[in-house]
Design a protein around this ligand. Structure first.
Ligand SMILES: Nc1ncnc2c1ncn2[C@@H]1O[C@H](COP(=O)(O)OP(=O)(O)O)[C@@H](O)[C@H]1O
Ligand SMILES: [Mg+2]
Length: 443
């Protein structure tokens, strides 16, 4: 017997089993690898779908326009807002050159920006318009590079904010700014009107005296004229001398003659007083013209204080000490407004105080003129010292104070290169410093 023939069936069977088993093992392994692959693929697929949904939802909901641009400059993704603008089918812009979305000028800008982006990878901004059915719409464009894992340029992301909206927001901002400015100047006007009101009260009071003086004198003159007329009529009609003497005595013409010059003198004095007041006022109004000149602060302070005194019903008189004359440089009308504000505040503060006193002291130090207004009122509580210069800060009842006097005064002082400050008490002490005028001949 062929040993092989006898052995082979058994051997063959054994070998075949082994081969089958290894084949089966290989199949098993391959199968389980396939299953693992399949699972991984499914996971990745799910991740991809989630990412895709996220991108789609972003693209659908951004209100600015958003375009993802490929390396070759074509549109890979576009936000729904862009598609809505260009009016095409969903996806009509996808695969088209991104420059095609914009008008000619915008396309050129985008092409240039993409070129720069390839080289420098830096974000660029420019303005470009997209033609739409309702006309070209301007956008503020930001173009950022997309960089791949190997740090190479992979395309760009373009976002555009409608400029119409920005411009509208800007216009609204501008409008409210304008309204604010108007409100502010209205308030400043009110404060000016309040000072003017005080000034006018003083003027009215001041004019009243000389005018009634003039009026009384004229009234007396009228009476005397009537008497002299009667007398001269008698003279002309050739009345006898004795009659004339009697008439002169009856009419008290001698005394009338004496009184006549007193009345004329009174009328002239009253008229001159009125003339002086008008001159004062005229100077004040011309000094409000805003021109800078050298002027005497002491004189301006005296005039200003006088007007406030006259306008107030308290009868408090301001006393002066220190320099008799102090020449400073500035707008006299504006500086006078500061003095009037400070004096008015001081007079308000001493209302009801026993022995009320308001003092103005003038001196000079380190190239500055110093004017101090102090009073023996209650002073300013520690907690309010920082606030008194704030606009609208007032402790006075509505209609009495605007809270603007000190803030405007401080601003004027500042504009003059000086300052207004609050010094320690007792009472309230405000210090106004202004640069001294350089007199001709001074070095
Ligand atoms: N001489 C003063 N004595 C006491 N308080 C003062 C004096 N001057 C100013 N103040 C305080 O500062 C506030 C602001 O003054 P101001 O700006 O002139 O506005 P207003 O006089 O309209 O109140 C006043 O309301 C008052 O409380
Ligand atoms: Mg005031």
């Amino acid at each position: 017997m062929d040993p092989l023939a006898t052995d082979s069936p058994g051997d063959q069977t054994a070998m075949t089993d082994e081969a089958w088993q290894s084949v089966l093992r290989a199949v098993d392994q391959t199968y389980s690898e396939l299953v693992a692959h399949q699972e991984r693929l499914e996971d990745q697929n799910a991740e991809l779908s989630a990412a895709k949904r996220l991108i789609e939802s972003v693209m659908a909901s951004v209100s600015d326009i958003l375009i993802v641009i490929d390396r070759d400059g074509t549109v890979a993704e576009a936000s729904a807002s862009l598609r809505g603008l260009v009016g095409g089918e969903a996806g009509a812009v996808i695969g088209q050159p991104a420059t095609g979305v914009f008008d000619t000028a915008g396309a050129e800008l985008l092409a240039a920006a993409l070129g720069r982006l390839r080289l420098h990878h830096a974000v660029t901004h420019f303005e470009a318009s997209i033609p739409t059915e309702t006309g070209a719409q301007p956008f503020d464009i930001a173009l950022s590079p997309r960089i791949d894992a190997r740090d190479r340029f992979a395309g760009a992301v373009l976002s555009g904010r409608p400029l119409g909206e920005l411009r509208r927001a800007y216009a609204e901002l501008e409008l409210s700014h304008e309204q604010l400015k108007q409100a502010q100047s209205q308030i400043v006007r009110n404060e000016k009107l309040a000072s003017l009101g005080r000034l006018l009260a003083g003027v009215a009071h001041e004019l009243n005296n000389p005018i009634s003086f003039v009026y009384a004198s004229v009234h007396a003159l009228e009476k005397y004229v009537g008497q002299f007329e009667t007398y001269f009529q008698q003279v002309q009609s050739g009345a006898p001398r004795e009659d004339l003497v009697r008439l002169r005595n009856d009419l008290k013409l001698e005394r009338a003659l004496g009184n006549l010059s007193t009345a004329i003198h009174g009328a002239r004095e009253g008229a001159e007083r009125v003339r002086d007041i008008v001159a004062d006022l005229r100077r004040l109004s011309s000094e409000g013209s805003g021109e800078r000149v050298a002027f005497d602060l002491a004189e301006t302070a005296r005039v200003g204080a006088r007007w406030v005194e006259r306008g107030s019903k308290t009868g408090v008189a301001v006393t002066f000490s220190g320099e008799e004359a102090l020449r400073v440089c500035g707008v006299p009308g504006h500086v006078q407004q500061i003095v009037m504000n400070l004096v008015q505040n001081a007079i308000d503060a001493v209302d009801g105080v026993p022995d009320p006193a308001v003092r103005i002291d003038l001196d000079r130090a380190a190239g500055m003129a110093r004017l101090t207004v102090s009073d023996n009122g209650p002073g300013i509580p520690e907690a309010q010292r920082a606030a008194v210069f704030d606009p609208f800060f007032t402790t006075k009842p509505v209609g009495k104070g605007t809270g603007l006097g000190l803030s405007i005064s401080a601003k004027i002082a500042d504009e003059h290169g000086g300052q207004l400050s609050l010094l320690p008490g007792p009472g309230a002490v405000f210090l106004l410093e202004l640069p001294l005028a350089h007199e001709p001949g001074e070095s």
